[in-house]
Design a protein around this ligand. Structure first.
Ligand SMILES: CC(C)(COP(=O)(O)OP(=O)(O)OC[C@H]1O[C@@H](n2cnc3c(N)ncnc32)[C@H](O)[C@@H]1OP(=O)(O)O)[C@@H](O)C(=O)NCCC(=O)NCCS
Length: 167
């Protein structure tokens, strides 16, 4: 029998009960499915089974490194409905402070606007503190106005300009 993955947090919200846990390989398909349905990434990501191999390889690279925590959230029926990736980055700046980087935050379309993203991010902030991070950073595409409002309300300051180069 496959053991039940340990819950890192549970959320009782108006939209139902949810469980946040570390992702396992079987979650790769649902996670990539959420990315593929994202309006900005639908041309890049695909959850087609024949394209699964590089995502599974990336999952194992993440999972093998204790600096990373790939999270998923299950609904009461056990379906994966949200994800985010946390990474603790050591650094010399700010007196040798570590920072928590948050990447790839997604809540399934049908559940957006019900408080699940807020619950996940509040947990991530507490987890960053618990791991000794002195700050949390993330980037968000400039076109994601709704997400910018979301992060602003959570207390993130729009204090830096992000630069990226696609290779
Ligand atoms: C951004 C996101 C993670 C927030 O999760 P959520 O569970 O919807 O958020 P909450 O219900 O806790 O908070 C509501 C806020 O989220 C944002 N939000 C709601 N629906 C959204 C949507 N479809 N797309 C983007 N942001 C949304 C809004 O700021 C909303 O506040 P509002 O009521 O003032 O409009 C989620 O909506 C999502 O996955 N959006 C699409 C992908 C994305 O933009 N991810 C962030 C990448 S940096």
């Amino acid at each position: 029998m496959i053991p039940e993955p340990t819950a890192l947090a549970t959320f009782a919200l108006a939209g139902g009960d949810f469980r946040l846990r570390r992702a396992v390989e079987a979650d790769v398909g649902p996670i990539v499915g959420m990315m593929a349905r994202d309006q900005l990434r639908s041309s890049v990501d695909s959850d087609a089974p024949e394209r699964r191999a590089p995502y599974v390889a990336a999952f194992h690279a993440i999972d093998a490194d204790p600096a990373h925590l790939l999270c998923v959230v299950d609904d009461a029926a056990g379906s994966v409905v949200a994800t985010m990736q946390l990474t603790l980055l050591p650094g010399l700046a700010r007196g040798g402070a570590s920072r928590l980087q948050i990447e790839a935050v997604r809540v399934a379309g049908r559940l957006r606007g019900n408080g699940l993203g807020t619950a996940m991010m509040e947990w991530a902030v507490a987890e960053g503190r618990r791991r000794g991070a002195a700050l949390i950073q993330l980037t968000s595409d400039l076109s994601r106005y709704d997400a910018h409002r979301f992060y602003g309300r959570l207390g993130f300051a729009h204090s830096h300009a992000g630069f990226k180069m696609v290779l």
